[in-house]
Design a protein around this ligand. Structure first.
Ligand code: MG
Length: 425
């Protein structure tokens, strides 16, 4: 990922896969097709952690410290002009010149999308749900659920999350959507949409309603390995107060948001030591979370391409995909849409970040406004039964009321999520 670094540490640098330079493993051993080392089903006894110099020298600690920039408050006056409260706000406003607000740039999206069919892709944590301390309590608001249900009525809508597919479905609870869990390594889609190109990698299954569906799981052979690593991580971190380990089926994560910063080097070293035994797994950094995942050529960008193809939209000029997400794993999807000039990536962020997205939104309340007030209201139904994007609204007429709504929503969300912070991309 082509993201900017500071002198001290990368602000958003996508950590390279664990490789020779990091763990002393030859890169040829990291290919997806190689036979990995055998792995047992027992939990090994806890070893003493290696030297902390290991994680210091390879940048893990720097990445951990820089992976969750502080939240900052956004102030606006009643005339919609933003009050520049500090240097950070000035930096944010400068950044918005390069990544304009999707709300204020909606006419640009309208012009591009007119008479096209929208396909909507969404991340979950930090995009649809506020960031919270406890991953099990990252609930989406009823208002957000309602607008998602509405947009899915008119346009194909998919959620691509780092969580397990089952977990994200449990949190969203809408059968109208498509779901891709484990950073796109676990995709469910209707049986009728399967194309011949994908048949080899698909399994027949049934959804929550008992309807026949297709499952695409490109990392299925890693299931036992991830399960074993998950149990090892639980065991090795059990005495570190605040540490939380999650099993996302095709990846595992170690959250250190609630861990005393003095213990971060220890937690990093524990994870580092475990990964030494698994050359077919790699580590990535999220917001105060270390994520362990298979070394395969698959990411959220590939998942977007897969879903577009599976839905029959891959080579259609009358289709406009939009992807909204807040984290670096979403950058792969932004990149796919930008590279082929296919559609628009929209980054959700309250701080400046280098991104492959075209537009920005500040927070989940603005995501909801974009979906509700713009996307849901901007379609026409065709005789064929298909819905196309057509701006039926006078966008300018909405601006004043939207700014006021955003102020009110921002205040409400700020109160509800103040000092919170959990993210699984
Ligand atoms: Mg996220």
């Amino acid at each position: 990922m082509d993201l900017k670094s500071t002198k001290a540490s990368p602000v958003l640098a996508d950590p390279a896969p664990i490789n020779k330079s990091r763990l002393g493993i030859h890169s040829s051993l990291l290919s997806y097709s190689q036979s990995g080392p055998s792995f047992s089903t027992s939990i090994p006894t806890r070893k003493k952690p290696g030297k902390l110099d290991d994680v210091r020298s390879n940048g893990w600690l720097d990445a951990m410290k820089s992976s969750s920039p502080p939240r900052k408050k956004i102030l606006k006056d009643f005339n919609s002009a933003e009050v520049v409260s500090d240097e950070a706000e000035i930096a944010y406003l400068s950044w918005m010149i390069r990544y304009p607000s999707a709300l204020n740039s909606f006419q640009t999206i309208v012009d591009r999308a007119r008479n096209r069919k929208l396909v909507v892709f969404l991340d979950y944590d930090g995009t649809l749900s506020p960031i919270v301390d406890d991953p099990d309590r990252a609930f989406m608001s009823d208002d957000m659920r309602s607008v998602l249900k509405s947009v899915a009525k008119h346009f194909p809508t998919a959620i691509i999350s780092g969580r397990s597919r089952d977990k994200v479905f449990e949190l969203v609870g809408l059968t109208e959507l498509y779901y891709a869990g484990s950073h796109g390594m676990d995709i469910i889609f209707p049986a009728k949409n399967m194309l011949s190109k994908n048949q080899l990698n698909c399994l027949k299954s049934t959804d929550q309603k008992g309807k026949e569906v297709n499952l695409f799981q490109p990392a299925s052979e890693f299931l036992p390995m991830i399960d074993e690593v998950f149990r090892n991580l639980v065991e090795i971190t059990k005495d570190i107060q605040g540490a939380k380990v999650e099993n996302h089926k095709f990846c595992a994560s170690v959250h250190y948001r609630n861990v005393d910063e003095n213990s971060w080097p220890v937690i990093a070293q524990y994870v580092h030591d475990i990964l030494k035994d698994y050359p077919r797994l790699r580590l990535t950094h999220g917001r105060k979370v270390l994520e362990v995942r298979p070394v395969i050529d698959w990411d959220k960008g590939k998942a977007v391409e897969f879903l577009l193809e599976s839905l029959g939209f891959s080579n259609r000029r009358d289709v406009l995909p939009i992807y909204i997400g807040d984290d670096r794993t979403d950058e792969d999807a932004f990149k796919v849409l930008r590279k082929k000039n296919r559609g628009y990536g929209i980054l959700v962020s309250t701080v400046p970040k280098e991104s492959n997205a075209f537009f920005s939104l500040r927070d989940t309340s603005e995501v909801r406004i974009l979906i509700d007030r713009y996307l849901v209201s901007s379609y026409v139904s065709l005789k064929s039964g298909e819905t196309r994007f057509e701006n039926c609204l006078q966008v300018q007429d909405f601006l004043e009321s939207l700014v006021i709504m955003a102020q009110e929503d921002g205040k409400r969300d700020e109160r509800s999520s103040e000092a919170c912070g959990y993210d699984t991309d």
